[in-house]
Design a protein around this ligand. Structure first.
Ligand code: SF4
Ligand code: SF4
Length: 506
């Protein structure tokens, strides 16, 4: 008979009179009532578990519970008795090459002048920058933008010099439609070589709809992907100002998930390039999307610029314009967390989550994906990434065919023309090595298996490397995840209510 004990990776969190338990690397979150909690507590010290219980032959309530806890690796074999304790843990999972997402950067220009966007370097037009300013002056401007952001100009991989050189290259402004089709074809071949059967194509920019001909060409050429041996799904991140009837109807036909960036009806952070308010034109675009029954999410930024205007009016706006989801990108600048305070940021997010829940509107973001991932059991290998696809799961293809880890990141893998050879690049391998395994500082963190830390771009700028952690954001990730767990009602997730089961039996 084997002896079992609580896994060191088990985490417990009170939820009313019950307790939520999960494996901090694998997930499998479930709720235990008081009696079930006592059964679990019995494994503070190693206890024998009969083979019949493990095999599911013993139908007693306690045995069934123990079996489930073993299957979730919340109870593991006593270390030493049969060698290692059970449970793969993150370090044991190989960081194989796997491409799940292709980000197609269709255009490096935008018709908006958002104050916080990386596209136009603080909202100014790249076209204009190009004439008056060289790469180094932009870098110098970025450096002086804040002491907390340090650009390592001597490291061609992690510094943004390569990235900015591509940003400023007139030959890298617009992706030709035939190039877009060629790049997607090559990207599908690369993804298939890694064994994936589903691929997400994300239309990105700048403002991707400034290059509608290339989007249309891709949708027409690949459709569902069936003719190319893969299932394709599409999303677009757009400012919503260029949604024509044709765009809205073709998006509906190809089930393109449309993320429309919009901060708040009160926000002045997203003006048109001429300085006028973008809201009326975006609202018109949303109406067209609604008319064709598109899947729409409102993408909002919670940042220093939007802090004051970020409130529940977003939910009203989403509801009124047929959006079923609000995606919130929390400021990528590490100083934001210190400036506004973790608890206040959590409160802002949670207020919106609750307001959305009352109206059937899901409020999500990479901070929410952590909770979603820990509801499932060991789902990260299947999904291919935690909450940052740039860590080995994504190719971000520029108009000139250069491939980066993400539009937000400087990790340069090479050119799409290299095909599968891209995955052999040291830069790709380094990013893929972070797919499951976080930097050492994360060891033991209650959400290590699901959290990839802050977005790569600001991490690279501050630390000059991608395998660093910005700890000022950690309490927000952990705090908001706890809020989600503690808001769970019994039976929303697997619930072991021994008392209720016993009285039902009686
Ligand atoms: S980045 Fe922070 S919150 Fe995320 S796993 Fe690491 S220590 Fe935990
Ligand atoms: S690098 Fe940033 S923007 Fe890109 S996938 Fe990761 S978190 Fe998202």
């Amino acid at each position: 008979m084997d002896r079992y004990v609580k896994s060191p990776d088990l985490r417990e969190l009170p939820v009313g009179e019950n307790v939520a338990v999960y494996h901090r690397l694998l997930g499998g979150l479930c709720i235990l009532d008081g009696e079930a909690k006592d059964v679990l507590a019995g494994f503070d010290r190693p206890q024998e578990v009969a083979a019949a219980a493990l095999a599911g032959e013993d139908k007693s309530l306690e045995s069934q519970l123990v079996r489930q806890l073993v299957l979730r690796q919340l109870l593991v074999r006593e270390p030493g008795a049969t060698g290692e304790a059970d449970g793969p843990g993150m370090p044991g999972i190989p960081a194989e090459a796997k491409i799940n997402v292709v980000q197609l950067v269709l255009v490096n220009a935008c018709n908006f002048g958002c104050t916080y966007c990386f596209e136009g370097v603080q909202g100014t037009d790249l076209e204009k920058k190009e004439k008056g300013a060289g790469t180094l002056s932009i870098l110098a401007r970025q450096k002086s933008a804040g002491d907390s952001v340090v650009v390592n100009l001597n490291d061609s991989v992690y510094a943004s010099e390569t990235r900015l050189a591509h940003q400023l290259d007139p030959g890298n402004r617009l992706m030709r439609p035939e190039s877009a089709v060629e790049y997607v074809e090559k990207a599908i071949a690369i993804a298939r070589s890694t064994g994936v059967t589903q691929l997400m194509i994300q239309f990105f920019g700048g403002e991707p709809l400034l290059n509608w001909p290339a989007i249309r060409a891709v949708l027409h050429a690949f459709g569902t992907g069936a003719a190319h041996g893969i299932t394709l799904q599409y999303t677009i991140v757009t400012n919503g100002s260029l949604i024509s009837e044709e765009v809205a109807s073709l998006f509906a036909e190809h089930a393109v998930g449309v993320c429309v960036s919009f901060d708040s009806v009160k926000s002045k952070s997203r003006p048109l390039k001429n300085g006028s308010d973008s809201t009326p034109i975006v609202v018109e675009g949303l109406r067209r999307l609604q008319k064709y029954g598109n899947r729409v999410a409102i993408n909002a930024a919670l940042s220093s610029d939007t802090w004051a205007s970020f409130d529940e009016s977003l939910v009203d706006f989403a509801e009124e314009h047929g959006a079923s989801e609000i995606g919130v990108v929390v400021d990528l600048d590490p100083t934001f967390y210190a400036r506004f305070g973790q608890e206040n940021i959590i409160e802002k997010l949670w207020g919106l989550v609750q307001a959305g829940a009352e109206r059937n509107i899901v409020v999500t973001g990479y901070w929410h994906q952590i909770f979603q991932l820990l509801l499932g059991f060991n789902v990260v290998p299947q999904r291919g990434f935690k909450n940052c696809s740039a860590k080995g799961a994504q190719l971000s293809i520029e108009p000139n065919g250069a491939v980066f880890a993400c539009k937000a990141s400087s990790g340069h893998f090479g050119s799409i023309q290299e095909g599968e050879g891209l995955l052999q690049s040291e830069v790709y391998k380094h990013h893929a090595s972070l797919r499951y395994e976080n930097p050492k500082i994360c060891r033991g963190c209650e959400i290590e298996g699901f959290c990839a830390g802050l977005c790569l771009g600001p991490i690279e700028k501050k630390y000059g490397e991608v395998d660093s952690v910005e700890t000022s954001a950690c309490d927000v990730y952990r705090g908001i995840t706890r809020r989600f767990i503690q808001a769970l009602a019994p039976y929303q997730v697997p619930t072991f209510d021994l008392a209720a089961a016993r009285s039902a039996e009686a």
